[in-house]
Write a protein that binds this ligand. Structure first.
Ligand SMILES: [Ca+2]
Ligand SMILES: [Ca+2]
Length: 156
């Protein structure tokens, strides 16, 4: 197969940097690159997916294995096909993050307050103070993404 696993893994490492871990509501960590390359089933593990969503996600991801990434069906995944796959995957992930963020952001001010976190995202609520880098009592999407990245790095 044409794709370099090292490259794929590196790409995934960067692009999945925001993916978090544990099954405590942040989703499990798994690497999509080997799964994608070997055709085995494993979800990329979206940090912002809860368990049921994650199962659905894993299901979807196993659909989207080698054959699916291999757009032209030549049984090789080239750089362009991989790039397209990652682009789409990232877009979907961003969409899920945004929709979940927006669902928690009851008053639509673009920030998650302590109360909003408590009602919608217990994990965020639990780690509120460490996530709230600028100590303004609100979580921005940037602060949440940063926290997820850091968790990911700690797990690697
Ligand atoms: Ca809000
Ligand atoms: Ca803040």
């Amino acid at each position: 197969m044409k794709i370099l696993l090292a490259t794929a893994s590196a790409a995934l490492l960067i692009t999945s940097a925001a993916a978090a871990q544990t099954t405590s509501g942040y989703g499990t960590t798994s690497s999509a690159a080997p799964a994608a390359a070997t055709g085995t089933s494993a979800g990329p593990g979206d940090p912002y997916d809860d368990a049921p969503d994650q199962d659905a996600m894993r299901e979807r991801f196993s659909d989207r294995t080698f054959a699916k990434i291999d757009a032209n069906g030549d049984r090789m995944i080239d750089r362009a096909e991989w790039g397209q796959f990652m682009t789409q995957w990232l877009a979907e992930r961003r969409e899920r993050f945004d929709s979940r963020f927006n669902a928690a952001d009851e008053n639509g001010d673009g920030l998650i307050s302590r109360e909003e976190a408590a009602r919608h995202e217990p994990i965020l609520a639990h780690h509120f103070d460490s996530i709230d880098r600028d100590v303004d009592g609100m979580l921005s999407s940037g602060e949440i993404r940063r926290a997820m990245r850091m968790r990911q790095h700690r797990n690697n």
